[in-house]
Write a protein of this length. Structure first.
Length: 349
């Protein structure tokens, strides 16, 4: 476990308004000019001289961007990048590789490890600053989007379509995915990934056009947990591996294989069930049974949902028929559905 940063250092970082830049190089003298240039521009500069130190600093300092030396003794930059991208708490941080290697295979390896761009040594501080600004702006917009969605009661995740990796998630999204699917990042729930890929396939060329959002919204995905329902909406492509390749002049594949923002929202029908009970003088369990009848469930399915036998569900349904003054399941469902829509106009079956 990494030792915590001193409280004074943490407080200083929290007070800084400038973006935080983590520079990683086993020869710090190589970065002296760049360090001075960043400092003059108002950036908060963090430094690490090894892969292990870089991971610890990224965890504790939470930089906005990482400038990472590709070739270092021990843990090289490629492995550092892979570990940062595998950790949900740091996966969103853009990584710009600093390398003296210009062979195509090394540049491709840098992008495949999770880098969004690269700069070649010897470093030109002006060029590095220009590249950083582009990626910091994108990261800042993504962060603001996540914060806005959370503020309005939404949960959001970013998923890389090609690998299925869950790149980042808001706190609310983390709770909902664990609750509904029992998964944790970087694993994307199988139904969600299948829906995403099917949506991109159906969108065809639109998914590769680079538009901020699909011209026509794909069908939404829904998951149910008792009377709670979680819906998924494909928001827009936020770039990712393919935009990274394009930024460095080596685009590979279509935008459909990039990183996609998915917005989730949970709706609970507990109020609907309570309304059914009050409207027809039902017990709490009878109201639940009637709710699932409206949803089209058969007695066996209702029993599994409520933890009761089909015979018990049948007895509840007989009492419901008597209280509603009807003889059939269909009539009970129709009467209840009419009443629910009067009391909850926005409710959907």
């Amino acid at each position: 476990m990494n030792p915590p940063l001193p409280s004074a250092v943490t407080a200083l970082l929290d007070q800084q308004q400038g973006d935080r830049v983590l520079m990683v190089d086993d020869v710090p003298d190589n970065l002296s000019m760049l360090h001075d240039a960043l400092d003059e521009q108002g950036y908060t500069v963090l430094a690490a001289t090894s892969g292990e130190a870089a991971l610890a600093c990224a965890q504790q300092g939470r930089p906005d961007i990482v400038l990472l030396d590709a070739m270092m003794p021990g843990m090289d930059g490629f492995e550092v990048a892979r570990r940062l991208k595998a950790d949900p708490s740091t996966a969103h941080i853009p990584i710009v590789f600093m390398t003296g290697l210009t062979e195509t295979e090394h540049l491709v390896a840098a992008l495949q490890a999770g880098g969004v761009d690269y700069v070649t040594k010897p470093l030109d501080p002006r060029a590095v600053l220009a590249r950083m600004q582009v990626h910091l702006q994108g990261a800042r917009q993504a962060r603001q989007t996540r914060q806005a969605l959370d503020a309005f009661g939404y949960a959001s995740i970013a998923v890389r379509a090609s690998s299925g990796r869950l790149l980042w998630q808001t706190p609310l999204a983390r709770e909902l995915l664990q609750l509904y699917f029992g998964t944790i990042a970087p694993q994307t729930p199988a139904p969600v990934l299948a829906w995403l890929r099917k949506s991109l396939q159906d969108m065809g060329p639109a998914a590769a056009s680079g538009e901020a959002a699909p011209a026509q919204e794909p069908p939404r995905l829904s998951a149910e947990l008792g009377a709670r329902r979680l819906s998924f909406r494909l928001h827009h492509c936020i770039g990712g591996e393919d935009s990274a390749g394009s930024a460095s002049g080596s685009a590979s594949g279509s935008m459909a294989a990039g990183d996609w923002l998915i917005v989730m929202r949970e709706v609970s029908d507990a109020a609907v069930i309570r309304s059914l009970g009050l409207a027809f003088s039902l017990t709490a369990r009878e109201a639940e049974v009637l709710y699932w009848v409206i949803k089209g469930k058969i007695n066996r399915d209702i029993g599994e949902i409520l933890g009761a036998s089909p015979a018990t569900v049948k007895k509840h349904l007989e009492r419901i028929h008597a209280k509603l003054g009807v003889e059939t399941r269909t009539a009970a469902a129709a009467m209840a559905l009419t009443r629910v829509r009067e009391m909850h106009p926005q409710w959907e079956v």
